[in-house]
Design a binder for this molecule. Structure first.
Ligand SMILES: C[S@@+](CC[C@H](N)C(=O)[O-])C[C@H]1O[C@@H](n2cnc3c(N)ncnc32)[C@H](O)[C@@H]1O
Length: 270
């Protein structure tokens, strides 16, 4: 059961401070997991190829080359943090991929230029989410699809590490939208909801490796915990790892698929 907490207010996470240095190592996914995400997303996207893709909030480019490969490209990784873009250019270069400075509220691409926009765990960082919804509508072709991969407030995953950092529940409740809020925002800005997908992702062990990866602290939730909370949590993890009592739990990979309605031409104001 997930506990309820009083309202928590969060400061924005600056990805140029810590995360750009640790994200690629701390959040690496296996090739199998990346491929499985592509297959899952493809089930909600047009079958024709090539498709032009925008990976909005592309970070270190964890998915951008795979998007170009799966959908034909070109793929544009739009990312506000210079350090994350540099890491993407160094570690996730691909001839079909271009990394661009920009953010969801100001996408540096022309009107109706993309078939697909993906936001993978980046939407909750966007300060002006209504502006982002308008911009995504502007850059998508009519009938184009937008995949919002996020945690949603009513289904915060009970990760294997969650119980070691008890305040992380409250942080994520404050951080993430509910499915209803996300749908209301995009439906008010020219999108129809195609499907809200609840996906379970099996535990990807071994647990020793998961712990080592978590030590990079490449989880933006951790940026909202105090150094003491983090030290105590990691000490509890070390003790549980030594005792062999860490519970290997699945997590969630929920996302909402939206379609840009045909009847609402969004254009850059002249
Ligand atoms: C958790 S990372 C996810 C990166 C990538 N999508 C992935 O899954 O590996 C969140 C990313 O969102 C970016 N971000 C922050 N504010 C943003 C904004 N206003 N628009 C788009 N992306 C933003 C951050 O700089 C960071 O790279």
């Amino acid at each position: 059961m997930e506990p309820s907490h009083p309202q928590t207010t969060l400061e924005p996470v600056d990805y140029d401070r810590v995360q750009h240095d640790v994200y690629a190592k701390g959040r690496a996914l296996s090739a199998g997991s990346i491929a499985s995400h592509m297959r899952t997303f493809a089930g909600y996207l047009p079958a024709r190829r090539p498709l032009t893709v925008i990976d909005l909030g592309s970070g270190t480019g964890r998915f951008t080359p795979a998007l170009a490969e799966a959908f034909g490209g070109p793929a544009y990784g739009v990312e506000p943090a210079a350090g994350m873009r540099r890491a993407a250019e160094a570690g996730a270069a691909d001839p079909r991929v271009t990394y661009l400075a920009g953010e969801a509220g100001a996408i540096p691409l022309p009107d109706a230029s993309a078939d697909i926009v993906l936001m993978f765990l980046s939407f909750h960082h966007v300060p002006d989410q209504a502006a982002a919804a308008r911009e995504i509508g502007r850059v998508l072709k009519p009938g184009g699809r937008f995949i919002l991969r996020s945690t949603f407030r009513e289904r915060i995953p009970d990760h294997w590490w969650r119980g070691f950092f008890p305040r992380s529940w409250a942080v994520e409740e404050a951080m993430f939208p509910s499915t209803g809020e996300a749908r209301a925002l995009f439906e008010a800005n020219g999108f129809s909801t195609v499907e809200s997908v609840e996906m379970e992702i099996p535990f990807e062990g071994p647990i020793g490796e998961m712990v080592e990866r978590l030590r990079f602290r490449a989880v933006s939730t951790f940026e909202h915990l105090t150094p003491e909370e983090l030290d105590e949590g990691f000490a509890r993890i070390d003790a549980a790892l030594a005792a062999g009592t860490i519970e290997e739990k699945p997590t969630f990979g929920d996302f909402i698929v939206f379609e840009r309605r045909q009847d609402t031409p969004a254009r850059t104001p002249k």
